[in-house]
Design a protein around this ligand. Structure first.
Ligand SMILES: *Cc1c(COP(=O)(O)O)cnc(C)c1O
Length: 461
């Protein structure tokens, strides 16, 4: 028998979690206005809200925390991180920021103007937010297969080159500051982009003289998928694959809270000195001096170690293997989830799951609430609430897919926790015919509303 994989670490410190009762949860979710972001973490048993900043650091990372250099300027921790970024991604210019959206804010302050178009593959919500906030438009050029949950295309994060060419052909070059590729593509289910697609997008971008930026939060997971699925990369190391990927980018924005395996942090890296020089001013305005940019020296140290650990094949095999394990359990129960399974999360097709809830009543959100009530598990809606209103018409935008996302934090939960999730969701699935009413919005913010929206049961008008 082949020896199965297991976690390439053992557990040295634990944090107790509380298994609540259903009546407690009914009270808590009502008090939270049916928005799972409003729950207190003690009210959650297994927290799959996000894999962002929720990972467990290693003993080496904690050791690096103790040797952080907290100098305001010229911190050795900054140079350690800058050297690591150069080693892993090949970029010479590096600016730390406090997280990924801050990197977007700083770089887009340099590059994005009112009326601009930014084509890409299903832009992440904060990326889209930072584009729309500047009265520019994010144009989704993801391949059609990405919107078919049961389609087994190995690289569903890929850009449709014809769609992209159409956008580039039909708009003046000055209106397109850059193309952005999200690796892996979060919004379409943690789906990877192939090396070939990156290469082709880069060739097209070069042809039109438009820069290419990588939104890189899960770059290592993307590289792991390439090593597993793309011809020619079977024997290459993750580091070699990552290095090639970033030769196609002019710059990267990074949320270090994902594949950096730290609890806070982000950065910009680029090969363009002019971008770097301009970004420095915005970094100082919004984030902090250029050698810390919103991060403590100790956190930069932990990130330097995290980037190394996060690009080890053994780690990635167990990390993504855990996500696949959950996906397989759910599929075995007859639940439709995005296929192939993503790198950081399982995306449950909420429309298939709850056929009796109207789209106007937020199907995926309804499913998240049901799963919470069932077993205290916190998932997140990636559906109509997150899709926000159209900035012009103010109508609700109904995305092609309504997902409930179960994101797995890095190195945090065991297989048994995932078994609990699978059984809980199966229980909800078994009573799905009885779930006929969803929710209505009571209060919402004008942008990124999902974080703060207040809801009430739809049938209590
Ligand atoms: C998380 C994320 C961001 C934003 O990063 P934060 O650190 O949460 O601000 C941007 N893009 C992608 C793809 C992400 O996953």
């Amino acid at each position: 028998m082949e020896i199965p994989f297991a976690e390439p670490y053992k557990i040295k410190m634990v944090e107790p979690i509380y298994r609540s009762t259903r009546s407690e949860r009914e009270q808590w979710i009502r008090d939270a206005n049916y928005n799972l972001f409003n729950l207190r973490s003690e009210q959650v048993y297994i927290d799959l809200l996000t894999d962002s900043g929720t990972g467990a650091m290693s003993d080496s990372q904690w050791a690096a925390i103790m040797t952080g250099d907290e100098s305001y300027a010229g911190s050795s921790s900054f140079f350690r991180l800058k050297d690591t970024v150069k080693k892993i991604f090949g970029f010479d210019y590096f600016l730390p920021t406090h997280q990924g959206r801050a990197a977007e804010n700083v770089l887009f302050s340099v590059l994005v103007r009112e009326g601009d178009l930014v084509p890409g593959n299903s832009h992440f919500d904060t990326t889209k937010g930072h584009i729309e906030f500047r009265k520019a438009t994010a144009v989704d050029c993801t391949i059609r297969e990405s919107f078919e949950p049961e389609n087994l295309h190995p690289f569903k994060g890929n850009v449709d080159l014809d769609l992209l060419r159409e956008v580039l052909d039909n708009h003046p070059r000055e209106r397109i500051p850059f193309i952005i590729l999200t690796l892996t593509c979060n919004s379409s289910g943690g789906q990877p982009v192939s090396m070939q697609n990156m290469r082709e997008v880069k060739a097209l971008a070069d042809h039109y003289k438009i820069p290419l930026i990588f939104d890189s939060a899960r770059f290592a997971e993307n590289a792991w998928f390439i090593s597993q699925r793309e011809t020619g990369y079977e024997t290459k190391s993750i580091r070699e694959i990552v290095m090639e990927m970033f030769t196609y980018a002019d710059a990267m924005t990074m949320s270090s809270k994902k594949d950096g395996i730290v609890n806070i942090g982000g950065f910009i890296a680029t090969r363009r000195k002019t971008w770097y020089d301009q970004a420095c001013t915005f970094n100082i305005m919004f984030e902090g001096f250029v050698t810390y940019g919103g991060m403590a020296g100790r956190d930069m140290n932990a990130l330097a170690v995290g980037l190394e650990e996060g690009t080890e094949a053994e780690y990635l095999t167990s990390r993504i293997g855990q996500v696949q394990y959950l996906g397989e359990q759910l599929t075995a129960h007859g639940i439709t989830v995005q296929q192939p399974y993503g790198g950081h999360a399982i995306f449950v097709d909420a429309r298939k799951f709850l056929p009796n809830v109207k789209k106007e009543e937020f199907i995926a959100q309804t499913l998240c609430i049901e799963l919470y009530l069932e077993a205290g598990i916190r998932a997140v809606e990636v559906g109509t609430i997150m899709a926000d209103r159209d900035p012009v018409t103010r109508e609700n935008r109904y995305p092609k897919l309504e997902f409930m996302r179960l994101a797995i934090p890095r190195r945090v939960y065991t297989q048994l926790h995932l078994d609990v999730v699978a059984v809980a969701l199966k229980n909800v699935f078994n009573r799905r015919a009885t779930i006929t009413a969803g929710y209505q919005i009571v209060q919402e913010a004008p942008i990124l509303r999902h974080f703060t929206v207040a809801l009430a049961p739809a049938d209590k008008k």
